[in-house]
Design a protein around this ligand. Sequence first.
Ligand SMILES: *Cc1c(COP(=O)(O)O)cnc(C)c1O
Length: 364
Amino acid sequence: MSRPALVTIDLDNLRHNCAVARRHAGPARLLAMVKANAYGHGSVPVARALSGLADGFGVSSLEEGIALRAAGIDAEILLLAGCFAPGELAEIAAQRLQAVVHAEWQVRALLAARLPRPLVVWLKLDTGMHRLGLSPAAAADAHGRLAASGRVAELRLLMHFACADVPEDPRNHQQLAAFTTATAGLSGARSLANSAALLALPESRADWVRPGILLYGVNPFTEPHPIAAELRPVMTMSSRLIALRTLAAGEGTGYGSDWTAPRATRIGIVAMGYGDGYPRHAPTGTPVLVKGQPTRILGRVSMDLVAVDLEPVADAEVGDAVVFWGEGLTAWEIARHAGTIAYALFTGINARVPVRYRGAADPR
Ligand SMILES: *Cc1c(COP(=O)(O)O)cnc(C)c1O
């Protein structure tokens, strides 16, 4: 047996979650966020599985867009940060990719570009996140210049929420109002909502919604939410027990002996560590499933190994399956224990961990 750390991606569950997103989106079109290798799930298999369910895809870079085109994905593909250098624009157009324009330097680059065909451009407005986007005051001017440039096939309008994961945050409605005001006289389809806004701010659904984490089966809010019951896990991070031992009272396990047994305790050692992408800061008590039974990790997470409490799993043996998140244990909950977010767990999977796909839409 090779090293048993494994990521399993369930494409049927992905499709189920996309259908849930669609139901909440109403008539809006759906741009599935597959940036950062589809949040670590594999952008090509994810995009293939969502073909026919999503109206388009959002990616991080020209390279990610080209990879989807090379895999035969024919849908609309948006580069969420646009070009990183003016020299990319001709290739973006040649590949029939679409570009966000979020800054004056990108407006100028586009006005000066020689393109094989006009681009679909999504003009990004900064309505309060203060990361990317033109100021509301600059948007109308940029819109006019781009529309008149002959380089734009269609101009759409976009913004991003800073606080949608906390639905009652007053900044959500402030951003919505700023966008509505700034775009009042401007033509073009509108897109505002990420996963959280799609669910909690129905006014933000507009023409295109942009769910990401929801598709991967995670509650997008910082607090528990009933949507969790509708979603199914897509990624399962698992491994197996490779050793068992019984600690005497007062003995610890792992680096620093951070945790010591209060009484004689049976523990298991699992081939899983921060070198796989399991969070090193997950503390003693972080839940795991051993043979489907809930228990917890003990002591410090090592690069290749972690200890688990086998007191609740009396019949555990070497070779038994251990689930770290996914089927039966939400990444949302693990992220909470580890002081991070599910997005970071998913995108933090190390390249050494094999990935298996399953489901009716299995691309193999
Ligand atoms: C990542 C991203 C999203 C999706 O956010 P989720 O919280 O995963 O739904 C939407 N819009 C933009 C611009 C993004 O970068």
